[in-house]
Write a protein that binds this ligand. Structure first.
Ligand code: SF4
Length: 918
């Protein structure tokens, strides 16, 4: 890009608000101003901003609007990555970054002028921009009057997005994989080829690849996959370690290996590793495919709806920007793909979700965009790929209820394998809640009064089948009638006011009443979720259960009957059932099938109410709330051991499974790892492999246990965080187990740190998605980030940007009905169970600190009461010191302050060494 241009052409002022202060830049220069003055200025004339919701929050002005540079960037450069900060924007625009906060507002004006200049010329994403700008102008997009007149009208009319997107090709189904093996030596040789290094350099990685090859041996017994559990310390390079045998097997067998992760961060890293495997982009596209759940992808039918009036106001602007992106995206993935994670956060929360296929309303071949659909394209590409990069939830959904039975994978690699248990727990659980039932009602009935768009109910989706087959028509009509008795919009308010409508709303009202009645003292006032065991239900709840079960039964029967009729229709196909109609009926059978299963599970749940508890399950009542606001209520059921259904649906049908992680046995031995991966439910034991990290942890890291920060004192906790962050001069990841405390600490120290030039961001505070927060943190070595569970695991920030991890205390598991039941059932007793959970969490948190050989860092635990027995969660040999805060801060300053250490290369995309994605 060209260097910055004079910005005199833009008359608008620019505003920059941070925790350090507020500045306005206009034609007369830049001045520091009060928040009130800034708000007045922004109301008078549209101002140039960077991230309007964030700026609004910092000014105490919820709904600030203006000329948001991020929206302009998304319009001009769809599907391009940018860290949404002044420095990040400067980098992608090829401009010099502002030096210091007072210079930012002036920089924003210059950046705006630069981008406007781009709009007036030719740039790679110019196609489609003119028409989009005209539409956006008509919608009163603040940039409209500035941008629309500058973009040259194309000489020829541009093709409408839906015509321009490529179509996927239907291909013959892939034959089953051949029976082949991969020897340890072959896996090692392939690894050497991939890394291009001498074998001696990475003995741990070679041993790992050899062990991983065991998961690709031919299966010896029915229902018993060749299973390998491999724990590889950080830095081994396990990614390439397993990709080596996986790639070899896929080539020889002609089958696909599904590599499954838990976090999006690792999924992204794996896609990057694939570049090493297949440097040629065309070959890579054919052989490596990333798959996510359908709810992640843009649904073109929903987008078309939105563009044609289904969305209004700001949501309509988002639809236009999403359409710009849709023309340039690699895969249509709106969550973690090439749509900037920050873009949806600039708009109303529900608008982005409404562009995906969240509710399973897809009409498959009945959709005019079926042949261009991103979801269908990804499904077809993965059917012929060598490597499919997926996630645990999708693997389980596909195994349990996938439509792609013929292409079901037989070889899996579960990376981040320590999360298999949690993923199975969520997947195989049952939730009979208001949100779930209302979703089902919408799926059956379609949009009700006031609904916009072309979303359609079951009757419309299956109108041809229903009119052709009398029984199917009756089943649809019965299902529609029964769905009318499910909860509808406003149910929660009605439940709270004691005037529920229909049997399900009555049930939920009783659930809610009992959860409040049995809440622990103080829990009600705290404003967070409430729960109670489902033991000895109230007579009112028991009375409500029967009519609710009957109402569900009245829906279940027709759903099952409809599924059967549709199957019969396929078996004895009439003339009108051509290829596309068949695909649509097949899709309907699959979605009716799993929804009927869900309804059956709800009925079973209600049937047991008041009877003896089933020892395989844990049931409880819950009211979901955040900040005192209720958003759902219902009955929940989880498997006491969720690896049982995991073993049945995923592991037993597979031929080979590798489960791997850096912390597979953390907090226990192999027996624990076997139990948590589901291996103990298989007929033969798995192979175990362990390779310690090659890092010199004792030299690279130190654990400091701070002994003088009193528990339960928010001021002291905030003071400790501030002092430690100052000592490290930023570069700190602060981990919390409670959002409440995280917010309290952030509120107390963010301004103070900002005055020192140390920005502090926080999950649950800043209106920015977690992925972008990590991008910003990675990009700025002075920045620090506070967060909860999602940041404890799966955050990969190698180098100097992350040099200090501070945990607010021992991460004990949150007391809950489910936890209490599992604790009671745990082998070795409840204390050992809790200890295992804590060790695993501390090991994961510590794992964020040292990502490369050159990394140096401190891990601080703000808890005098941490029992010594838990300190073996850290790698052997790492020094652990118990000391007061003042000494800890001095140690941190000495060890990791930038002045005393050699800064390492920084920035997004800093390549990991070969295979170091962990
Ligand atoms: S095929 Fe389904 S998911 Fe794809 S665009 Fe059409 S309705 Fe949306």
């Amino acid at each position: 890009m060209t260097p910055s241009l004079p910005h005199a052409a833009l008359p608008h002022p620019a505003i920059w608000a941070s925790h350090a202060g507020t500045w306005i830049a206009d034609e007369d220069g830049t001045r520091a101003v009060s928040r009130g003055e800034t708000v007045r200025a922004a109301a008078d004339t549209p101002a140039i901003l960077l991230n309007a919701p964030l700026t609004g929050q910092r000014l105490g002005q919820g709904d600030l609007s203006g000329l948001d540079l991020l929206e302009l960037f998304a319009f001009l450069f769809p599907a391009r990555f940018a860290v949404p900060t002044p420095a990040g924007l400067a980098r992608v625009l090829g401009m010099a970054p502002p030096e210091g906060e007072p210079a930012v507002a002036g920089f924003l004006r210059a950046a705006a002028a630069h981008m406007i200049e781009v709009a007036g010329g030719d740039w790679p994403e110019r196609a489609g921009a003119w028409s989009a700008a005209q539409s956006l102008h008509r919608m009163r997009w603040p940039w409209g009057p500035v941008v629309a007149p500058r973009i040259r009208k194309p000489a020829e009319a541009e093709r409408w997005l839906f015509a321009a997107l490529p179509e996927w090709e239907e291909e013959a189904p892939r034959p089953p994989p051949l029976t082949v093996s991969v020897t340890a030596e072959e896996a090692e040789a392939r690894l050497d080829r991939l890394t291009g290094r001498h074998a001696e350099a990475r003995p741990g990685q070679r041993a790992y690849a050899a062990a991983a090859a065991g998961a690709f041996a031919p299966r010896q017994r029915r229902d018993t996959p060749e299973m390998v559990l491999a724990e590889a310390g950080t830095g081994i390079g396990k990614t390439l370690g397993y990709l080596a045998p996986a790639g070899l097997w896929a080539e020889r067998a002609g089958g696909a290996v599904w590599v499954s992760t838990y976090t999006k961060a690792l999924q992204r890293q794996l896609s990057a590793e694939a570049e090493r495997l297949f440097p040629d982009p065309a070959e890579r596209r054919a052989r490596v495919v990333t798959r996510k759940g359908r709810e992640n992808y843009l649904c073109l039918l929903n987008l078309e709806d939105a563009l044609q009036g289904g969305f209004a106001g700001r949501a309509a602007v988002l639809a236009q920007l999403a359409a710009r992106w849709a023309a340039y995206t690699a895969d249509g993935d709106m969550v973690g793909g090439d749509l900037p994670g920050w873009l949806p956060t600039l708009f109303r929360r529900n608008a982005p979700a409404a562009l995906t296929d969240r509710r399973g309303e897809c009409v498959y071949a009945g959709c005019p965009h079926y042949r261009k659909c991103f979801i269908e394209r990804a499904a077809r590409a993965s059917a012929k790929a060598d490597l499919v990069i997926a996630n645990h939830a999708l693997v389980m959904v596909n195994a349990a209820r996938g439509r792609e039975a013929s292409t079901r994978p037989s070889r899996y690699v579960f990376d981040e394998g320590h999360h298999l248990y949690d993923a199975a727990d969520a997947m195989f659980g049952v939730a009979l809640t208001g949100a779930e039932t209302i979703e089902l009602r919408r799926w059956v009935l379609g949009p009700e009064a006031g609904g916009r768009g072309r979303r359609r109910g079951l009757a419309a989706r299956l109108s041809d089948a229903a009119s052709y087959d009398e029984e199917a028509g009756r089943a649809v009509a019965d299902a529609v009638e029964a769905a009318g008795r499910l909860p509808s919009d406003g149910w929660l308010g009605r439940a709270a006011e004691g005037r529920p409508f229909g049997p399900l709303e009555t049930l939920l009202a009783e659930v809610r009443a009992l959860a409040y009645a049995r809440a622990e003292p103080g829990a009600d006032e705290a404003g967070y979720g409430l729960e109670a065991a489902l033991a000895e239900p109230s007579p009112e709840l028991l009375d409500a259960a029967e009519p609710a079960a009957e109402a569900l039964d009245a829906l279940h029967g027709p759903m099952v009957a409809l599924g059967r009729r549709l199957e019969a229709l396929l078996a004895d196909a009439p003339d009108w059932l051509d290829g596309p109609a068949r695909a649509r009926v097949e899709g309907a059978i699959a979605s009716i099938g799993w929804r009927a299963e869900t309804v059956a599970a709800w009925i079973a749940l209600l049937a047991r109410l008041g009877g003896p508890a089933d020892p395989d399950f844990v049931d409880w009542l819950a009211v979901d709330r955040s900040d005192g606001r209720e958003w759902d209520a219902g009955i929940h059921r989880r498997w006491l051991d969720p690896t049982r259904p995991l073993a049945e649906t995923v592991l037993k049908p597979a031929h080979g499974v590798l489960v791997t992680s850096a912390t597979l046995t953390a907090g226990g031995d192999w027996a624990v790892a076997d139990a948590r991966a589901g291996a103990s439910h298989l007929a033969a034991p798995p192979v175990h492999f362990r390779s310690p990290s090659p890092f010199d942890y004792p030299a690279q890291a130190e654990v400091l246990v701070v002994t003088d920060v009193p528990r339960g004192d928010p001021a002291a906790l905030a003071g400790a965080y501030a002092r430690l962050i100052l000592a490290a001069r930023g570069g700190t990841l602060g981990l919390f187990t409670a959002i409440r405390r995280l917010r309290a600490v952030h509120a107390r120290i963010a301004d103070r740190l900002a005055q020192e030039g140390l920005p502090l961001m926080a999950q649950h505070v800043d209106p920015i998605d977690t992925g972008t927060l990590v991008d910003i943190f990675r990009d700025d070595p002075a920045a620090s980030l506070l967060g909860t569970d999602a940041l404890r695991d799966g955050v990969d920030v190698p180098g100097h940007s992350l040099r200090l991890v501070v945990m607010e205390g021992v991460p004990w598991p949150k007391p809950s009905v489910l936890h209490a039941a599992r604790r009671l059932a745990a082998e070795g007793g409840g204390k050992a169970y809790d200890d295992r959970v804590v060790r695993a969490r501390m090991a994961q948190a510590f794992g964020r600190l040292i990502r490369r050989r050159e990394d140096r860092g401190c891990f601080v635990l703000l808890s005098a009461a941490v029992p010594s027995r838990l300190l073996d969660a850290f790698p052997p040999g790492v020094g652990v010191a118990r000391l007061p805060l003042a000494e800890a801060a001095a140690r941190v300053a000495e060890r990791v302050s930038p002045a005393l250490s050699t800064p390492l290369p920084l920035g997004h995309g800093t390549p990991l060494p070969a295979g170091d994605a962990e």
